[in-house]
Design a protein around this ligand. Structure first.
Ligand code: UFG
Length: 331
């Protein structure tokens, strides 16, 4: 039997595919390659180029392949972009997930591991964030992910589909072997941008606001190594296979780093100066986001191994040095 990975050519999805294959699973990938990279798809995965909004296409794949579970990473994921194109976000993310669930119902596939986000919470009422806190998203992106969680909840009630929804905090790093890594166009995330400055591809990094109510005035985020993050997905699947109930879990580290601390660590790791500029606050940025990771630890037995921020930045840096142009020109 196979695992179907939706969005398996993207940053996080491709890491899931590699880890699943390394653990001996057969993997089917669906990706429309709009933000994903063909070169990121593991050579032993069976690849279908298509869109999850195309129900007919999904039915064809589910009929042809013997699928036992779905890992769902296929979504638009930029907070800023979602503020400009909310309807596109609901179309790709919510409508897309509706089609996935319909195809699963028809094919009698009853397990899904879902890529959710801390953006479902909106402005935190207190830190660290726990899963029982209210979800009041402040962006169409966060709202769409929250709606996707609700779709799964109802699909479970009516159709028995079990899910684990994993609410990611700030995912960073790359595969330790440097075979795959993070390559977004445009790049908006802090660590890859800082490393592009270190590589001489940008002149400086603009810090979006240094007047927050934090120790050094810059925003604090909770960073998780992409490989630890994927470990949690495999544990979540195992948990469902052992009869576990559907669950929503944070994936974070109980620990936060400021933008300035990230830049300082990147200077140490790369040995480069990394000039900074201080800019205005970016709309919608909460000052501090830190997860309580207790639920993932207790329920899924998730114990991240690559928790030092140096390790996360070293692996990201190795990927950038070995792939200065990311995946480069695609076929
Ligand atoms: N930042 C800068 N300069 C930059 C880029 C980022 O100062 O050039 C700052 C941001 O203002 C923020 C921090 O660095 O304070 C981290 O920013 P990222 O864009 O790397 O990540 P976000 O915290 O904004 O977003 C991430 C994911 C989202 C997810 C969110 C949930 O990318 O998909 O976490 O918390 F919704």
């Amino acid at each position: 039997m196979s695992v179907l990975v939706l969005g398996g050519a993207g940053y996080i999805g491709s890491h899931a595919v590699y880890q699943l294959i390394e653990e001996g699973h057969q993997v089917i990938v669906i990706d429309n390659l709009i933000t994903g990279h063909k070169k990121a798809i593991h050579k032993n995965a069976t690849f279908y180029n298509g869109d999850i909004r195309d129900l007919h296409f999904l039915h064809t794949v589910f009929e042809k392949e013997d699928i036992e579970a779905v890992f769902h990473f296929a979504a638009s994921s930029l907070v800023g972009e979602s503020m400009e194109q909310p309807l596109n976000y609901f179309d790709n993310n919510v409508y897309g997930t509706q089609q996935v669930l319909k195809a699963m119902v028809k094919a009698h596939v009853d397990k899904i591991i879902f890529s959710s986000t801390a953006a479902t919470y909106g402005e935190p009422i207190s830190i660290p964030l726990t899963e029982d806190m209210p979800a009041i998203p402040t962006s169409p992106y966060g709202e769409s992910k929250h709606m996707m969680e609700k779709l799964m909840r109802w699909a479970e009630k009516s159709h028995g589909i079990k899910y684990v929804s994993l609410r990611y905090f700030n995912v960073a790093g790359a595969k330790e072997s440097s075979e795959i890594g993070e390559d977004h166009h445009p790049e908006t995330h802090l660590i890859p941008i800082v490393l592009q400055v270190a590589l001489g591809q940008r002149e400086n990094i603009t810090i979006f606001g240094d007047d927050y109510d934090t120790s050094d005035g810059t925003c604090v985020r909770d960073y998780v190594h992409v490989e630890d993050l994927i470990d949690a997905h495999l544990l979540a699947w195992n948990y469902l296979n052992q009869g576990g109930n559907s669950l929503i879990c944070n994936l974070g580290s109980n620990n936060g780093f400021s933008v300035k601390e990230i830049i300082e660590t990147a200077r140490k790791v790369t040995g480069k100066n990394i000039p900074i500029k201080t800019g205005v606050r970016r709309a919608g940025d909460p000052s501090k986001l830190i997860a309580s990771a207790s639920k993932a630890q207790n329920q899924l037995h998730w114990h991240p191994k690559r928790t030092s921020i140096e390790k996360i930045i070293i692996d990201a840096w190795n990927w950038h040095v070995n792939h200065p142009n990311g995946y480069g020109k695609e076929d």
